[in-house]
Design a protein around this ligand. Sequence first.
Ligand code: SAM
Length: 200
Amino acid sequence: MRRFVILGQSAVADADFSIEDIPGTSGRLDVLLRCLRAGLMFSHGIRQDTIVYLCLLGGPRGPRTLRFEGATARFLRPDERNLGALVRKILAPDARPGPGFVPVRHGVALAESGVEAVLDDLHGATPYIVEEGAPDIRAATIDATSCAFFLGDHAGFAANAREELGRRGAAALGLGPVSMHAEDAIAVVVNELDRRDRGA
Ligand SMILES: C[S@@+](CC[C@H](N)C(=O)[O-])C[C@H]1O[C@@H](n2cnc3c(N)ncnc32)[C@H](O)[C@@H]1O
């Protein structure tokens, strides 16, 4: 199982944003929506072997985390507007009990906490931090059967989250010399895993 975790430092964790202007009203939830598409979808399909977590750490309702499971997700469309509308519906209800993941739709669950909820949900997956300047993924040994890749948003990683991942023994992986958008970084990791899976 592949897991991708995107830490949205300012992404709002409530429905108080406009579908007409997601980048301008949601603390850059648009970045996370594009990451969701890049991690979970391929052309005309959903990746059954992938789980994507969107950590929404901003706004008055944050932190909250959305979990999308490719194996059970239904009716997901790749465009940002549709994904934004789905997230908005899910975030509309008020508090849910407990810090763990609570199912809210087919293949989608919500937790009332941030990266801690993800760390408790890894089921033994090997954690990796995807960050600029780290040793190149092309030369790295990756536990492709059960891996969890943590990425920052447009602002990178908050120092405390980066430290916590380090304490958990996460190895850092780099993707080359250029700073990419987070969704492009996910596409590179996905492609690397696809190639390794197929011996290409
Ligand atoms: C737009 S970048 C963040 C840039 C931000 N200014 C920073 O200092 O980290 C978003 C995320 O994509 C990933 N990323 C982008 N380019 C990368 C690269 N060349 N190597 C590894 N990770 C990269 C990292 O997880 C990063 O936090």
